[in-house]
Design a protein around this ligand. Sequence first.
Ligand code: MRU
Length: 344
Amino acid sequence: MYLDFWTIILDFNNNNFRVLDQKLLPFKEVYIQLNNKDDVYRVIKDMNVRGAPLIGIVALVGIYIELINKSVKDFEDILKLMEYLQNSRATAVNIFNYFSELKGILKNNEFDEYVQIVKNFIVKIVLNEKEKNEKIAKNGLSLIKSIFDNKDKLRILTHCNTGSLATIGLGTALGIIKYIKNYYDIFVWVDETRPYLQGSRLTALELEREGINFSIISDNAAAFLMSNNMVDLVIVGADRVALNGDVANKIGTLNLALLCYHFKIPFIVALPESSIDKNLQSLSSFKVENRDPKEILTIKCNFKDCYITKDYYSVYNPSFDITPSKYVNYIVTDFEVKVLNKVK
Ligand code: MRU
């Protein structure tokens, strides 16, 4: 079995597993070889790969690699390995959901079948995620048609990167944007998404490849644009959604939701089922990931970290925020379009 995506190459025939180093984009396409659990932990933690669905799949590959490396000997070892890998990035729920499903399967089987079972599981998840993205895109189109039935031009604002670089396939929020280009004349405002710049580096690259017109904006420009009637809708992804519709997503998402609420602009969240946390009713007390101060203190120039201020200044770097469901108008999944709050 050989699965080749832009972001990940899974060559099960030769046990060769590689991920695209997203830190070098949009300038260079270099793949990183994964040989053991520490490689997998590191590429997720350091954000060489990122995006909730994709990191879930890469974590699964970590389990497979250690099985073929014969470093795990029984179900207990697998549990320890899962514990280790899921601590690489704590907010995105996909790793936890995939691991929990896999645990359920492994515990009812013999250890000598694990390699085959895990391989089949990864292939199933990868193909399902790809298909789910297509369904999200179609559901997104029907929602957008129902909101904007008499418009042919749409100005969409998006945050972070939710495309092929964050998923397998088309993407979630960005997948909808790519899909509706066949039905609307679209223009995309791309939030640069400080500090890691998923917008200006990754979303811009995907839009360029799709031939979709866009402009990058600084994250603090959204209010100005909206107050000047320059945004028709906002679509974002999610790293974890609770049963009540609260959304954990890249820091800055809540700002956009509050602005949309004020300016009466539809705020849409798109995600696969695997990003729903079925164990949490709400995210009101959910603790989000705090990241390295260096991400705020430095910026990449010529592939090196350059300090933009003094290296000893205090930094607070929460990587995600929680948008209460009250501010979410629509949630689009591969199953359905949920109307949480109609725009008044
Ligand atoms: O920190 P990242 O780049 O992994 O965060 C990604 C986001 O916040 C995305 O908006 C979200 O994961 C959805 S990815 C389909």
